[in-house]
Design a protein around this ligand. Structure first.
Ligand code: ZN
Length: 253
């Protein structure tokens, strides 16, 4: 299926195929998880109900990208002029929604990670506020939480994945640069139809990247926590201890 050819069905619905095990927290594409009692292939626990890994804003943004990408076919008004025409507006909307999608996925991942580490809400909010741009969250907060830099993480994941996340990262860098060129200089031709199409094609690898990041960095924390609980620390403040070990952040005095 070509992602650009999905027109009548909701693209967000079509791509909503990642489920999280509510027992061990692994994320995969086993859609039998929607069957009550279906055993998890990792931990064996029966599924209480299927639960999508990504939240609804993610799929709303994907649907908006789809809507504007295909809307251009109904706008036969393209001419070379000094101002944005409807077609350029549609491509621009696809790019802006894609950049928002990328930001929503990073925020979702970081909040999930901080929650797994047991960081108190106040600490999470302070960390997000101190790193209030996408680049700061990627370059400062991400490595402080997981212990490796963003580019190292995606290079490592690319070695075992069928998807090339380094290529994805380069493509996204180019898209963001064009978006910024438009925002700061109003340079309309920075946004081309190929870029809007590229945004659509990048959705699938981007979703997969965040699933792999979850399974690499968040899932193991739940396993470690479960191990600690079952072996020796039933009465201890486990989550703050995990947070201090992983992040070096004091969560209590
Ligand atoms: Zn499981």
């Amino acid at each position: 299926m070509e992602i650009t050819e999905v027109v009548t069905d909701s693209l967000g619905h079509v791509l909503d195929s990642f489920y999280i095990c509510q027992a061990c927290r692994i994320v995969d594409r086993d859609d039998d998880r929607i069957i009550v009692g279906h055993p998890c292939s990792i931990c064996g626990e029966p599924s209480p109900a299927g639960r999508s890994y990504f939240r609804s804003p993610v799929f709303s943004l994907i649907d908006l990208m789809q809507e504007f990408y295909h809307a251009k076919h109904d706008m036969q008004v393209y001419t070379v002029r000094d101002h944005l025409d409807s077609t350029h507006n549609a491509w621009l909307a696809v790019v802006i929604f894609f950049v928002s999608l990328r930001e929503a996925l990073l925020v979702h991942f970081l909040k999930e990670l901080m929650g797994a580490l047991g960081l108190p809400d106040g600490v999470c909010e302070r960390l997000m506020a101190d790193n209030n741009s996408h680049s700061r969250r990627l370059e400062n907060l991400f490595p402080s939480l997981v212990g490796v830099k963003w580019k190292e993480a995606i290079s490592e994941l690319s070695k075992t994945s069928t998807l090339d996340y380094r290529k994805l990262d380069r493509s996204i860098t180019e898209i963001v640069r064009s978006r910024n060129t438009f925002l700061h200089q109003g340079y309309k031709v920075a946004i081309k139809v190929e870029m809007a199409e590229g945004c659509l094609r990048n959705i699938w690898p981007l979703l997969n990247l965040y699933v792999e990041l979850h399974n690499r960095f968040v899932y193991p924390i739940f396993q470690e926590e479960k191990k600690v609980i079952t072996t020796r620390c039933r009465e201890s403040p486990i989550k703050p201890a995990l947070a201090e070990r992983h992040v070096g952040i004091k969560t209590h005095e």
